[in-house]
Design a protein around this ligand. Structure first.
Ligand code: GTP
Ligand code: ZN
Length: 201
């Protein structure tokens, strides 16, 4: 597969101007998905530390509207806070619904309302439980000159796939547990089916 190269870096002040984020596009991704990297300077560069990196799969309902059915919006906020402080990257991956897309995710939600869990619902739709390929994240990191990361995640598959694709995961940094009355089943299913390292109180 061809290597990606950085296409454009543009600074965008986010969080009402409190945080300077550099949005980075790439050449060479034949999927046409427009995955984006967001760089935060933090203290890592000054101290020559390994960057803190979050692979964040797109979730329109959670990231934009703060949906309580998942923890995506809160994890994204947490990632901005922590990575802005420590230095590193958010790779915002256009993998809505763990890769099945927004319309199919809404179908899956309708099935969850009938009692199926988040993975069973995908299967009922004859779709993979999780179709995300994090190889694209490894290619983005290589284009950024990053070959070693501290990875902000509870999902062991993200670390495994990065390692398989030649990026060293120096440390796994768990996210906080953003549990509420609407997303508890969803989070528990991640632990049950996919060994996510989420510790409930
Ligand atoms: N198919 C499906 N996708 C969902 C559902 N709830 C959330 N998602 C998607 O799941 C993805 C969540 O991705 P991430 O936040 O990157 O993470 P994760 O794999 O849970 O791992 P962490 O790094 O620990 O957060 C997003 O693409 C959401 O759109 C659901 O019920 N069904
Ligand atoms: Zn979500």
């Amino acid at each position: 597969m061809d290597q990606l190269t950085v296409k454009r870096r543009v600074v965008i002040p986010v969080r009402a101007g409190d945080v300077m984020a550099e949005f980075i596009s790439f050449n060479g991704d034949e999927s046409g998905k427009e995955h984006i990297a967001i760089s935060f300077a933090g203290i890592a560069e000054e101290k020559n530390q390994t960057p803190l990196v979050r692979l964040h799969s797109e979730c329109l309902t959670g990231d934009v509207f703060g949906s309580g059915r998942c923890d995506c919006g809160e994890q994204l906020d947490e990632a901005i806070d922590r990575i802005n402080e420590e230095g590193g990257y958010i790779l915002y991956l256009r993998q809505e619904g763990r890769g099945i897309g927004l319309y199919a995710k809404l179908e899956a939600y309708a099935l969850q309302d009938q009692g199926y869990d988040t993975y069973e619902a995908n299967e009922m739709l004859h779709l993979p439980q999780d179709s995300r390929d994090f190889g694209i994240a490894a290619r983005m990191l290589k284009a950024l000159g990053v070959d070693k990361v501290r990875l902000l995640t509870n999902n062991p598959d993200k670390a495994e796939q990065l390692t398989q694709n030649g990026v060293e995961v120096e440390q796994l940094v768990p996210t906080q547990v953003h549990v509420n009355q609407h997303n508890r089943n969803y989070l528990e299913a991640k632990v049950r089916h996919k060994q996510h390292t989420i510790k409930f109180d």
